[in-house]
Design a protein around this ligand. Structure first.
Ligand SMILES: CNc1ncnc2c1ncn2[C@@H]1O[C@H](COP(=O)(O)OP(=O)(O)OP(=O)(O)O)[C@@H](O)[C@H]1O
Length: 163
C-alpha cells in the first residue's frame, strides 16, 4: 500500500483527475465555499473542479468559479500545484489560483454556498487536511508544489517544495 510520498513514482505518475481551485482574496478575507455535492461534499474549500478538454488550467479555475458562485474572477494568478495520491489508487493533480477581485455577486448554487472567512481565522477543521499546510504559502504569494498521500479523508504523508 502507498503510505509515504516516497512510495510514488512521481516521474511517471498519471493522475486520474486534473482539477483546479481558486481563492478570491480581498480585504483580509478569502472567499470559500461549502461544497454541497461531489468529491469532498460537506467540506469547506475553494471553488474549482475538473479540467475540460481544450482549456488551460487557469481557464478551468475561472469557469468552475463562475459555475459554482456566479462570479467572474479577476486578477487571477497561479499560486501552486497539488499532487494527491490516494491509497485506493485514485489520484488528483490540482492547480491553485488566487484572484484579487471579481465581477458579479457570490451566489449560492446547487454545487456550493459562498462563505467569506478572515485570513486570520480560517475554518481548517472543516477543510481538507492538506489545506492548512499550503494556505500560508498561498497567502504569502510564495509558489508551492505539494505532494500528499491520503487514505480517504486522512492525510498519511506530505512533502512541500517552495518556489
Ligand atoms: C485531498 N485533498 C484535497 N485538498 C484540497 N482540495 C482538494 C482535495 N481533493 C480534491 N480537492 C479539490 O476538490 C475539488 C474536487 O473536484 P472534482 O473532482 O471536480 O469534484 P466534483 O465531484 O465536484 O466534480 P465536477 O467537477 O463537478 O464534475 C477540486 O477542486 C479539487 O482540487
Amino acid at each position: 500500500m502507498v503510505e509515504k510520498v516516497g512510495d510514488v513514482d512521481w516521474e511517471n505518475w498519471d493522475p486520474v483527475v486534473k482539477a483546479t481551485l481558486l481563492f478570491v482574496i480581498q480585504d483580509g478575507q478569502v472567499l470559500l465555499i461549502h461544497k454541497k455535492r461531489g468529491f469532498g461534499k460537506g467540506k469547506i474549500n475553494g471553488p474549482g473542479g475538473k479540467l475540460e478538454a481544450g482549456e488551460t488550467w487557469q481557464e478551468c479555475a475561472v469557469r468552475e468559479t463562475e459555475e459554482e458562485l456566479c462570479i467572474k474572477a479577476q486578477g487571477v494568478e497561479f499560486a501552486g500545484e497539488l499532487l494527491f495520491q490516494f491509497a485506493d489508487m485514485y489520484s488528483i493533480h490540482g492547480f491553485v489560483y488566487t484572484a484579487t477581485g471579481y465581477e458579479g455577486e457570490p451566489t449560492e448554487t446547487d454545487e456550493a454556498a459562498p462563505i467569506w472567512c478572515s485570513i486570520d481565522d480560517l475554518p481548517f477543521e472543516h477543510m481538507w487536511e492538506d489545506d492548512h499546510i499550503w494556505f500560508p504559502y498561498m497567502l504569502e504569494g510564495r509558489p508551492f508544489t505539494g505532494r500528499f498521500i491520503f487514505d480517504g479523508d486522512r492525510m498519511l504523508d506530505h512533502v512541500i517544495e517552495l518556489g
